[in-house]
Write a protein of this length. Sequence first.
Length: 142
Amino acid sequence: MLKWARVLIIEDELLVAWSLRDVLSLIGCEVTGIAATITEALILAKNSNPDLALVDVRLAGQHDGIKDVVLLRKQFGLRVIFLTGEVDREAAWRAAKVGPVEYLVKPVHTRQLVEAIRTAVGPHADQHQPCNRISPASGWSN
């Protein structure tokens, strides 16, 4: 099967990361790795050359995953889709400054994830304006 996007998952909750990996595989994406921290993500990104990163806003042991995503963007030019389990206006505001493709609230509908990934890796992805909205969802359903 042709893989249409190479995705790095940055999520500290292993069950959530595995669920994301399974969904991404089902929709035809290649998961290049799963990292629980930005440090791990930088190593994986260097070795696996992903197209984009799905990043949990709140990573264990860190205030959040937002600030450090700037390193991924600068070093590897990765497009970012933020995922969060809660709607936090302050975090959403800080995330918008980083310039993500999307800011999705977990649990995420598969079709929302597909659309966000298409936007990130599509033919006009370089012309994409960073999102400035939160997309609420409910479940991994179609």
